[in-house]
Ligand binder design. Structure first.
Ligand code: ASP
Ligand code: MG
Length: 424
């Protein structure tokens, strides 16, 4: 008997029929003797619907008092789904109780719409488990020190589940979703993409930050910090598949580098179209220029990702960086109105039609020539690289958006990701 946390995404909770199937799956785990905590998302589309209503009344809710209300509104989606799931379990004769984040309590800071979990009180949950009840806890929501309802950011139910698993020292956190695991890349772009049976925590963190949408980044950070064994698996298998089979399906996030030793150098290819490139032309090349350009950008709370400063000619240089597309217009305005005049740069050019494609793998730590192979592959496809950035376990390139799918397919092939791994 073990304490297990299940998380079900919006699609898995998408209708009363689907909720009944979730309840049947959870009941199977209960009957196998496990103590169960379940963290569901809102029914699919519900959070968007709720935030859409809010938007009709206030298109730009950015003040703290407005954002407080956004969270109060959005949190109701999960409030409904936990109650429905508890009823579905009870209807099957399984004792179950639901809690909102505020009832656990799952405490957070007060950063509305992107709050961070600070503490989880596990006493109430443990008492229920000891009494033989399934405990169902809302994903996505918590409560701050002043008693305000908060939410953890879009996709935050993953983080709720992993954090609850960490607090309860659960044996495993199973994230049930509409894909059956973590893939070498998005199968919608590369049909030959292969499911990974394991992925290291570091690789998962890079994949999540670089655009893979399978798990919220913060949930991966939590899993790493507290070493929560976390598995991503499908909720679309028949609910009555044998539990032994289900328990080893999907993709397990591992913390032991050794386990990856005989595996591929590159684990996966991530990509995103969320960024825009900005180039400042003719910047006087003198100490402090990077700070003069990017300091005000940081002060405006705009995240900068890839940065390149060119070699200077005649005392002037060009400076390029990327920001999230949502911040693109604001950054351009800021540069034109304030920063350019202050630093005496000649011009600023922007390009929102870019993408970032990355190869990720802890094998890159110990293998040379991996990045070179990436560049060679792109070159033989005639794809121009605009920017490059690397870390120990990833290389990312910025490309014209129109090459994204071609680049991902070519790289997936070049690194042999569609082939089954040789038996170690
Ligand atoms: N319901 C929330 C959202 O749609 C949280 C989640 O599903 O993880 O973002
Ligand atoms: Mg999600």
């Amino acid at each position: 008997m073990a304490l297990i946390v299940h998380k079900y995404g919006g699609t898995s909770m998408g209708s009363t029929e689907r909720i009944r199937s979730v309840a049947q799956r959870v009941a199977k785990w209960v009957h196998a003797g496990h103590q169960m905590v379940v963290v569901p998302s809102a029914m699919s589309g519900e959070t968007n619907r709720l935030l859409g209503l809010a938007k009709e009344l206030m298109p730009n809710a950015t003040t703290p008092e407005a954002m407080r209300e956004l969270d109060a509104i959005a949190a109701t989606g999960e409030q409904v789904s936990v109650g429905l799931l508890a009823l579905a379990l009870q209807a099957q004769g399984v004792s179950a109780v639901s809690y909102g984040g505020w009832q656990v309590p799952l405490e957070t800071d007060s950063a509305f719409t992107k709050a961070r979990i600070t503490r989880i009180d596990d006493r109430r949950v443990r008492a229920d488990l000891a009494a033989g009840r399934v405990v169902i806890i809302t994903g996505f929501q918590g409560i701050d020190a002043e008693g305000n309802v908060t939410t953890l950011g879009r996709g935050g139910s993953d983080t709720s589940a992993v954090a609850v698993a960490a607090a309860l020292k659960a044996a495993e956190c199973l994230i049930y979703t509409d894909v059956d695991g973590v893939y070498t890349t998005d199968p919608r772009i590369v049909p030959e993409a292969r499911r990974l049976s394991t992925i290291s925590f570091e690789e998962m963190l890079e994949m999540a930050s670089l655009g893979s949408k399978v798990l919220q980044i913060r949930s991966v950070e939590f899993a790493g910090k507290y070493r929560v064994p976390t598995r991503v698996l499908s909720s679309f298998t028949p609910h009555d598949i044998p539990i032994d089979e289900e328990a080893v399906s999907g993709t397990l996030i591992t913390f032991e580098e050794d386990e990856k030793m005989e595996q591929a150098v590159v684990a996966g290819i991530a990509f995103n179209r969320d960024e825009a490139k900005i180039s400042v032309i003719g910047v006087p090349d003198r100490p402090g220029i990077a700070y003069a350009l990017l300091g005000p950008v940081a002060e405006a709370n705009i995240d900068v990702d890839v940065i390149i400063q060119n070699v200077s000619h005649d005392g002037r240089t060009d400076f390029s960086f990327t920001v999230h597309r949502n911040d693109y217009a604001r950054t351009m305005e800021l540069l034109k109105a304030k920063i350019l005049p202050a630093v005496g740069a000649a011009d600023v050019r922007g390009d929102a039609r870019i993408c970032k494609v990355s190869i990720v793998g802890i094998g890159m730590k110990s293998h040379v020539g991996v990045a070179a192979r990436m560049f060679q592959t792109l070159s033989s496809e005639g794809i121009n690289i605009q920017m490059i950035t690397t870390s120990e376990i990833k290389t990312s390139v910025v490309l014209d958006e129109k090459y994204m799918e071609l680049a991902v397919r070519a790289l997936h092939k070049a690194f042999g990701l569609e082939e089954p791994k040789a038996a170690g």
